[in-house]
Ligand binder design. Structure first.
Ligand code: KIV
Ligand code: ZN
Length: 511
């Protein structure tokens, strides 16, 4: 029988640490629900001690997710472990994940600890975590640059103290497939009782080998792979979940392992993450890139028409990418709309469907044909909607190449009809003028870290998605706006970022 390999998803922890990928609690919770639909084995929900927001997110995910284990990261100290245990208190299947660095470089320069001190801390903290939780994962940070003999001693210590998962991170993305496979074989031979625990790997992509290294480790016998959706993560990212899973499935005869993942949820998971963070994937990205299943060259098209297997090693359907033939427009009814969403993998509650249908009708009035990409944006936006203190009532922008851009923006505050506030501002360009007018209304100015507009689909009536990243007091907030008018999308994105800031500050004040 095929050996079972567990998928440990760290999109919400290691992934979220990458620039531009931060998410608020509501967004993390929606992403966690999607990971549950994807049927990963473990969701690493965050680093509970990192901030009140992280703690709240881990807690909310632990209380909501039933079908996956939920992990929280902790350094090897009591305060971190206490915080993780508190956040995971109500989880069905909690995992405390604790780590300490084991390479000479990290022990000397970062921890300023001797190897013996690292061993003692490993023993004490794994045992401490075990008092709270029967599942404890131990990671040796920078394992691939550690002395292999010392690494064996650390892992034996962790196992003796009660660790149930031993993780081997390639923290700086330094190893290569052959070398990593040798290290795994060595650990499997030398570490006492290694066969009594789950052996895991966690690879970073600094040399572009995170997926190859993870697959080499699977071949060498590991039981768990840690990865993220779209490969997001520190620096060049983590190993991409979709690439690992589809490689293991497509080349099953070679790897002979069994996974629980529902691959038909891969595309939707990737899209939801991009829609939430505004960080898309490059068109030629394996599995989920826009061109991953597109055949451009005539010779390829000819082959695919004759038989798909000529140039396709996996089907678009296997990752949940369906070609819908039904076209939606302003005459489409609620039933057709609902059925269409179902074919795209979305099953909405009655309330969600009502709200999505109302938005769809508004959009269909502006756009002749509503495409699947429009619907994805519409549904994912609804899923992560937060209470909006400010809403756009109207705006007017006056611009040209011989005048200073001026914007008048009127916002509704707290949904009150009498609370309409209007301000006018000038700026270096129409969008900047509108942002300045909004800042006058809310009474704060922000540093604009990033602003971009993408088109959701092709065509003259395509919707534009605007993303902003703003900073206040060292904290970053992202906002998104979608409209067929890019100025409106930009204004909406700025308001969305400000509403998220207010929402997060309110939630954190409750901790
Ligand atoms: O890359 C790394 O070493 C980590 C550990 C905390 C597992 O993310
Ligand atoms: Zn990592």
């Amino acid at each position: 029988m095929a050996r079972r390999v567990y998928i440990f998803d760290t999109t919400l922890r290691d992934g979220e640490q990458s620039p531009g990928c931060s998410m608020n609690i509501q967004e993390k919770l929606e992403m966690a629900k999607q990971l549950e639909r994807l049927k990963v084995d473990v969701i690493e929900a965050g680093f509970a001690i990192a901030s009140p927001g992280d703690f709240q997110a881990v807690k909310a995910i632990a209380e909501t997710i039933k079908d996956c284990a939920v992990a929280s990261l902790s350094r090897a100290n009591e305060q971190d472990i206490d915080r993780s245990a508190e956040a995971l208190k109500n989880a069905v299947n909690p995992v405390i994940h604790t780590f300490i660095a084991t390479s000479e470089i990290h022990m000397k320069h970062k921890l300023k600890m001797t190897p013996d001190e690292v061993l003692a801390r490993t023993k004490a903290m794994v045992a401490y975590a075990r008092k709270y939780c029967s599942n404890v994962e131990f990671s040796a940070e920078d394992a691939t640059r550690s002395n292999p003999e010392f690494l064996c001693r650390v892992f034996e210590t962790a196992i003796a103290a009660g660790a149930t998962v031993i993780n081997v991170p390639d923290t700086v993305g330094y190893t290569t497939p052959e070398e990593f496979a040798r290290l795994i074989q060595y650990l499997r031979e030398k570490v006492a009782d290694i066969d009594k625990v789950i052996l895991s790997v966690h690879c970073h992509n600094d040399l572009g080998m995170a997926v190859a290294n993870s697959l080499a480790a699977v071949k060498a016998g590991v039981d768990q792979v840690e990865c993220t959706i779209n490969g997001i993560g520190e620096r060049a990212g983590n190993a991409a979940l979709e690439e690992i899973v589809m490689a293991l499935k497509t080349r099953n005869a070679l790897y002979d392992v069994d996974l629980k993942v529902d691959t038909t949820q891969i595309y939707r998971s990737s899209k939801l993450l991009s829609n939430i963070t505004g960080v898309g994937v490059q068109p030629n990205k394996a599995i989920v890139g826009a061109n991953a299943f597109a055949h451009e060259a005539g010779i390829h098209q000819h082959g695919v028409l004759a038989d798909r297997s000529t140039y396709e090693i996996m089907t678009p359907e296997s990752i949940g990418l369906k070609k819908n033939t039904m076209v939606l427009g302003k005459h489409s009814g609620r039933h057709a709309f609902e059925e269409h969403l179902k074919t795209m993998g979305y099953k909405l509650t009655k309330e969600e469907l009502d709200a999505a249908f109302a938005k769809f009708k508004e959009l269909a009035d502006r756009k002749k044909v509503v495409q699947d990409a429009d619907l994805e944006v519409l549904v994912s936006q609804k899923q992560v909607e937060i209470p909006a203190v400010y809403q756009l009532d109207r705006f007017v922008i006056n611009t040209g190449n011989t005048i200073t851009a001026t914007a008048a923006v009127r916002l509704r505050k707290d949904n009150g009809p009498s609370e309409l506030i209007e301000e006018v501002a000038t700026g270096d360009g129409p969008v900047y003028a509108a942002f300045k007018a909004i800042e006058k209304i809310v009474g704060h100015s922000f540093v604009l870290e990033d602003y971009k507009v993408n088109s959701v689909t092709e065509g003259q009536d395509a919707q534009g998605e605007a993303y902003v990243r703003i900073r206040r007091n060292g904290r970053i907030f992202t906002g998104k706006g979608v409209s067929t008018d890019i100025f409106e999308a930009s204004v909406l994105s700025y308001i969305n970022a400000i509403n998220k800031m207010i929402y997060e500050e309110k939630l954190e004040a409750q901790v």
